[in-house]
Design a protein around this ligand. Structure first.
Ligand code: BGC
Length: 726
């Protein structure tokens, strides 16, 4: 029977190495470590990223910096190096326990010279103390005796991508602890790592502490006896100058404070911290094991990427689990991942939204550079909130040529997406203080951007937005993208309503903020007039809203016309070809109807769903598509479509359906899956001052249970299917 809390690998297949490295990533909201083996394996991407530690790299501007890996071990069994690339693998079992982020691997391995050993590996980064990581290896020689030598190192040269972002500062040994200090080359963030080792619970063992430059190490040599298990344990700490003034002292102190033989106590603390998270965030599904496991897998990946103690970092599109998108954050956070946090862990949602507030200077800089006012949030954001979307990237079809990326220039809807997420957080939490102190400034200053960005057309006597990219990125340089225009109108209306609320709620804060942003009554009245004049395309005779001006004149075609296929429509047609066709990378009009449902009646939603769905590349287009599509399908009563799309999102990283899971977890798909379960099948809807549910469970689901926070109080929703009740 499948354990619905565990991701398990029972056959080692080197071809799936990158996929499993991503899927088995561990983390604690401070750092993320890919599920590489403890010992080296050819082709691995040995990676630990720490939130907020970025440094400059050519072309893509900035990238999360790869830390020395805390799990890396060399294991020598009577002179033979343990490696799955050699010898014979007799037994293999690897599993990630989602309840505690514990990664376990048990192997029986026969060396090239015939020595058989049982090796068991356990490791986790602590959720109770996010600077502390724990690792244990149990080795039992089965048919031999002799020296077992394990070397662990803090390697400043670990640099999977060869970006060389570290400058070495210092290393050494303090008592029985090794340490390393480094600094990022351009951003000058200092980092310190320290590590301590125990053998069979004791720090007294035959050790060697080779102080190799850039690689302080600790080796333990133990005489292995046939059938006797030896226990090796490692405790590693990481601190950076983003966390404290003296990272080296902190890292050493943290280890010095450990009790004798601390393993069990630390694990217990980690487990308790995780238990609290799961009590609040778990979703229970009965009647569908695959969906159950996928939901927990997604929630786990959101939780390990979630900054609990830092409001100056965001979650990258690929979380902290891989190199895709360089650690940069997109609208993926606010629209796809954030609802999970807003509804279950509002404290984390607040941290993530605060990141945007702290990065207003970057957004103001971007607006100014474009000749606009106020704050325009960057399409891709990293350490300091400036625009970091690469302008050019290598063409996947021909690595020697470059492709111009326009999203950083013209995918502008993100400013409204952020405002939308702020309002959603406010409605759910009732956190007026946050709105007064931070949210209002973000929403009003980005409204100022919109007011300067809108283009007045004297012929139509309306405001337009030309040359943009909407959510559907197969079509760039389009005019009047419906999603962008409708959201802009919503943003301006919301900003005026918020300003009015602020004046009555806290007149002093209002006048202070208005003065700071140079806003007055006239500004507000202008925004209202402008909002009412933003061109928002209405339904045509068939009830359809045109995705952008001229969309209906593009070449008609359906995604299914290209089936069977193993790649995206854009890969098949090329950038220009996809742009010329009507096929979408991801839902655009559906996205709009999902976000502003009150503007469209059921008939209109149905007509647009029927038209746009077959034109959307849901299988190989954006991973952001299926979950939203699933929610809209549930609202229209198309249960089969809803479930199909839900499972597409569910399998994105567990099954690696797009073949790119090795680049990192699709964070938006994980967040979208949570939304599809809660807002789609669970049918949770928020009206002004209350919530209600309109469940639409898939026929074979017997139960769906989840919790969420409403105005500081935990709410429980427990839906059981009719059959079960009767
Ligand atoms: C999608 C965007 C998304 C980005 C990062 C792109 O492929 O089209 O909507 O923000 O990936 O996940």
């Amino acid at each position: 029977m499948t354990d619905l809390w565990k991701i398990t690998e029972t056959i080692f297949d080197p071809k799936r190495l990158p996929h499993y490295e991503t899927a088995l990533t561990q983390g604690n909201g401070y750092l993320g470590t890919r599920g590489t083996f403890d010992e080296y394996y050819p082709g691995e991407q040995r990676t630990t990223f720490v939130h907020g530690v970025f440094d400059d790299v050519p072309v893509v501007f900035t990238h999360l910096v790869n830390f020395p890996d805390w799990t890396q071990l060399d294991i020598s069994l009577v002179g033979e190096r343990f490696s799955l690339a050699e010898g014979k693998l007799l037994d293999y079992h690897r599993e990630l326990d989602l309840r505690s982020a514990l990664l376990t691997r048990k192997v029986r391995w026969e060396s090239p010279l015939g020595r058989v050993s049982k090796l068991e590996f356990f490791r986790y980064p602590s959720l109770a103390d996010p600077h502390l990581m724990s690792q244990m290896v149990l080795i039992t020689p089965e048919n031999y005796e002799g020296e077992i030598l394990i070397t662990s190192r803090l390697d400043a040269g670990t640099d999977t991508m060869r970006y060389q972002q570290w400058q070495w500062l210092e290393q050494g040994v303090a008592g029985d602890t090794i340490y390393l200090r480094m600094q990022t080359k351009t951003t000058k963030i200092e980092a310190a790592l320290a590590q301590k080792m125990l053998v069979n619970g004791s720090p007294d063992f035959k050790k060697d502490l080779p102080n190799i430059t850039k690689m302080p190490s600790v080796s333990a040599a133990v005489l292995g006896q046939k059938g006797e298990q030896i226990r090796f344990e490692y405790f590693t700490t990481i601190y950076t100058s983003r966390d404290c003034d003296n990272p080296k002292d902190q890292a050493l102190q943290c280890l010095a404070g450990l009790q004798n033989d601390p393993g069990e106590g630390l694990f217990e603390a980690n487990q308790q911290a995780w238990q609290k998270e799961w009590e609040r965030c778990d979703i229970l599904v009965e009647g569908d094991d695959e969906a159950q496991l996928a939901l927990r897998f997604s929630i786990y990946h959101l939780l390990i990427a979630a900054p609990r103690h830092d409001e100056r970092v965001n979650i990258g599109a690929k979380t902290l689990s891989g190199y895709g998108y360089h650690g940069h954050a997109f609208w993926d956070t606010e629209i796809f991942m954030l609802p999970f946090f807003t509804f279950t862990r509002p404290e984390i949602a607040k941290n993530l939204l605060s990141y945007r507030y702290h990065n207003l200077p970057g957004a103001r800089e971007k607006a100014l550079e474009g000749g606009f006012q106020g704050a325009q949030f960057p399409w891709e954001s990293a350490g300091d909130g400036r625009e970091v979307t690469p302008t050019w990237v290598p063409d996947p079809a021909d690595r020697k040529s470059l492709i111009r990326i326009w999203t950083g220039d013209i995918e502008i809807h993100i400013s409204s997406d952020i405002a939308f997420a702020l309002v959603q957080y406010w409605r759910l939490s009732g956190d007026d203080d946050f709105m007064v102190q931070r949210g209002a400034e973000v929403i009003l200053d980005s409204a100022k951007f919109w007011a300067s960005r809108l283009e007045w057309n004297p012929q139509t006597r309306q405001y337009h937005l030309s040359d943009v990219i909407g959510p559907d990125e197969y079509h760039d340089h389009v005019d009047d993208n419906a999603y962008t225009n409708y959201l802009t109108r919503w943003h301006l209306h919301t900003a005026v309503a918020l300003a009015e609320w602020l004046k009555s709620h806290d007149a002093q804060a209002a006048s202070h903020l208005f003065a700071q942003l140079s806003i007055n009554e006239q500004t507000l009245s202008n925004w209202l007039t402008m909002a009412d004049q933003v061109f928002c395309p209405l339904e045509n005779q068939e009830g359809l809203i045109e995705q952008f001006a001229g969309y209906f004149e593009r070449t008609n075609g359906l995604a299914a016309d290209f089936d069977p296929r193993t790649e995206s429509i854009q890969a098949i047609l090329g950038i220009e070809g996809a742009n010329a066709s009507q096929i979408l990378k991801q839902p655009d009009i559906m996205m709009l109807m999902y976000m502003l449902p009150e503007l469209f009646d059921q008939e209109t939603i149905q007509a647009n769903y029927d038209y746009y769905t077959p034109r959307t590349d849901l299988t190989f287009g954006s991973s952001l598509g299926p979950s939203i599509q699933a929610i809209m399908a549930t609202r229209l009563g198309s249960q089969a479509d809803a479930y199909e799309n839900f499972m597409r999102a569910a399998r994105a990283d567990i099954e690696d359906v797009r073949g790119n899971a090795g680049d990192g977890i699709h964070g938006a798909s994980a967040g979208g899956l949570w939304q599809a379960a809660v807002f789609g099948f669970g049918g949770l809807r928020i009206d002004q001052d209350r919530w209600h549910i309109e469940p639409h469970l898939p026929a074979h689901w017997q139960r769906l249970r989840f919790k969420f926070m409403w105005r500081g109080q935990e709410q429980l929703v427990d839906i059981r299917s009719q059959e079960k009740k009767s």
